[in-house]
Design a protein around this ligand. Structure first.
Ligand SMILES: Cc1cc2nc3c(=O)[nH]c(=O)nc-3n(C[C@H](O)[C@H](O)[C@H](O)COP(=O)(O)OP(=O)(O)OC[C@H]3O[C@@H](n4cnc5c(N)ncnc54)[C@H](O)[C@@H]3O)c2cc1C
Length: 582
């Protein structure tokens, strides 16, 4: 029996569960881990794949949120910077400091507007000059003065700034440079949160492609969308962590709420070597003429740029459209006028909906990115409370999970057993930090497994310290360590199997067959797009071509049992999901 059937049969026989979490984005998965650490059993379900909402569509900034200071959100910025520093320590395999340059075209520009926004006026921000930006950066440095994990900011005069980045608009007076952080494998971190929860407490379970279908007496009916099978569970508390879908999911529970007012945001992934080179490993954080703040930064060998901020009612309808593509290219021309991006250099686009709290403001930029927790007490036929998580940033997922867990523990009359603020996540446990330690780590594992250092470096970037398990498995399977090589002549059958597993994919040679099999078998993969969009950054880097998808479907089918017809259907489904705007 596979693990999904096991879980469904478990609840069919034992429908009581203390906590039911709806939504497997970063907030739902973090809450599952938080509850697991407290010894509380919970079931998490997502109507689609885990991390298929905003959590895989963000700008990947793990940041304080410089511009929120204008809105007087000092508490949010402080909390975000502290959480950023915690992630730099606890998820060092994926989260790293990011040097950021802000081009500035005046010394005092935007002061009046900034002051009016600071006083509570809901107006569009203006172009900010050196002085207001320096004030914000000083605040950043002040918050981290006792736990400094990134360098402090500095201002670079015009001539020097243009020497460093000659393509930048020439009317700047200076640039400000500061450090925030970015995350490489945001999706994998959420999967690791689920895996950590499962390890900490086997009573915590997670199912993707399962959604609530209303109430049956005191029970919530859950439908497995892959099989049509239903199971009812009786929770003491339901946590609605469905992000932009919060009000829609509440409706499924017979609860009418109006908590959300999401905006869609799109990004482009661009393959342009000149732009990549010019950025020199740093992000440019710039303001477009309409006041919107945009970013452009190198991501592996590509460049990510974005984003838009457009009100949307139906989160399921969010797609990056052609006017957004034109807008993003236009904003880049504003800051880097001599940088030409051809349409055929856009290798991927993605679009998600920010789960913002409902707000009357017409200016989306000034709507708070903070989070809140709303509790709807048991009512009528619904015997359990519904706790809705509203708003929030990727950066602050742990603190939101901690605050929601505290509310749940109080309700269940259970004590808090431990805190998660210094708890490493997944492959962040024992991950080597810093260039020298990484080099030594890679050299040691390469020596012990006989695998090339470049392969170990790839595995480390993808799986953190868990790369060691992958490498040892790969070495055994490939027969590449000394003992296995000696055995090979006398064990042809075993060798044949082994040869197959560490074989590089033809279309993506930096991935091995064994690696893809392992992900497909162990990481809740149900569809091919789960594998390329949310268990790896293959799609994000524009590498999910039809030949690559076909090969990946073939390899995944070895462990998922897909027929030839199913493989073809999976390729079509993935291509559809990855279609570019026309
Ligand atoms: C364009 C953009 C850029 C952003 N950039 C940043 C950034 O740089 N830094 C930062 O800190 N934050 C950023 N954010 C914000 C951040 O991404 C979100 O705050 C965060 O991902 C929200 O996570 P979540 O788990 O609440 O929601 P989501 O990730 O949206 O997860 C909700 C999940 O609920 C599931 N679901 C929906 N309905 C149901 C149902 N009825 N039953 C079960 N499951 C259901 C969905 O399938 C989904 O998987 C950005 C957001 C966007 C859109």
């Amino acid at each position: 029996m596979n693990y999904r059937n096991e879980i469904i049969e478990h609840y069919a026989a034992n429908p009581d569960v203390p906590v039911l979490i709806l939504g497997g984005g970063v907030n739902g998965t973090a809450l599952l881990r938080e509850l697991a650490a407290q010894g509380v059993d919970a079931l998490l379900v997502d109507k689609a794949d885990f991390v298929s909402g905003a959590s895989s569509k963000s700008s990947r900034m793990i940041h304080g949120g410089l511009r929120y200071l204008e809105n007087r959100e000092f508490a949010l910025v402080t909390e975000s910077i502290l959480e950023r520093n915690r992630l730099l320590a606890n998820a060092a395999h994926y989260v790293a400091p990011l040097k950021t340059a802000i081009p500035l075209t005046s010394w005092f520009g935007g002061l009046l507007r900034s002051m009016l926004i600071f006083m509570g006026f809901k107006i569009r921000p203006g172009e900010r000059g050196v002085v207001p930006v320096k004030f914000g950066l000083w605040f950043y440095d002040f918050v981290t003065r006792k736990n400094r994990m990134t360098p402090t900011h500095f201002i670079t005069p015009k001539a020097e700034a243009l020497r460093a980045m000659p393509a930048m608009r020439s009317d700047i007076v200076a640039t400000a440079t500061y450090w925030d952080a970015w995350i490489t494998e945001a999706e994998r971190l959420c999967i690791e949160l689920i895996q950590d929860a499962r390890c900490a407490n086997a009573g915590c379970r997670a199912l993707n492609y399962v959604r609530p279908r209303g109430l049956d007496g005191p029970a919530v009916v859950l439908e497995d969308l892959l099989t049509g099978q239903s199971v009812s569970v009786r929770p003491q508390v339901v946590v609605n962590a469905t992000g932009a879908w919060v009000d829609l999911a509440n409706r499924d529970l017979g609860l009418e709420t109006h908590y959300m007012g999401g905006t869609k945001g799109s990004h482009l992934v661009v393959d342009n070597a000149r732009l990549h080179r010019m950025l020199g490993g740093q992000m440019v954080y710039y303001q477009h003429a309409d006041g919107r703040v945009c970013i452009v930064f190198p991501f592996m060998d590509k460049v990510i740029m974005g984003s838009t901020d457009i009100r949307i009612d139906d989160p399921d309808a969010a797609r990056c459209d052609e006017p957004e593509v034109r807008y993003m290219l236009e904003t880049l021309r504003g800051v880097l006028p001599n940088m030409e991006i051809r349409r055929d250099q856009i290798v991927h686009v993605f679009c998600g909906v920010r789960p913002l709290a409902a707000s009357g403001s017409k200016v989306t930029a000034v709507v708070s990115r903070g989070h809140s927790i709303h509790t709807d007490e048991p009512d009528g036929p619904r015997p359990f409370a519904v706790i809705s998580l509203v708003g929030g940033k990727w950066t602050t997922f742990r603190s939101l999970a901690e605050q929601s867990a505290d509310a749940i523990l109080a309700r269940l009359g259970r004590p808090r057993k431990c805190r998660t603020d210094a708890m490493p996540i997944g492959g962040g446990q024992d991950c080597p930090v810093g260039q020298e330690r990484r080099k030594q780590w890679i050299a040691r594992i390469a020596r012990e497994t006989n695998l090339p250092e470049a392969r170990i470096a790839d595995l480390l970037a993808r799986y953190g310290a868990r790369a060691e398990t992958y490498a040892r498995q790969a070495a055994t399977d490939a027969g590449s360590n000394a003992a296995d090589k000696a055995d090979a002549a006398t064990a042809p059958a075993r060798d044949a199997k082994i040869e197959w597993a560490e074989t590089p994919l033809k279309t993506l040679p930096d991935y091995s067959v064994g690696e893809i099999r392992k992900i497909a078998a162990e990481e809740y993969v149900q569809h091919l797009d789960d594998l390329v969009c949310r268990r790896s950054i293959i799609a994000l880097l524009g590498r999910a071509t039809e030949p690559a998808l076909t090969e990946l479907a073939e390899v995944a089918s070895e462990v998922l049992g897909w027929s030839a017809a199913r493989q073809a259907a999976e390729v079509t489904r993935a291509l559809d999901e990855l279609r570019m705007p026309e």
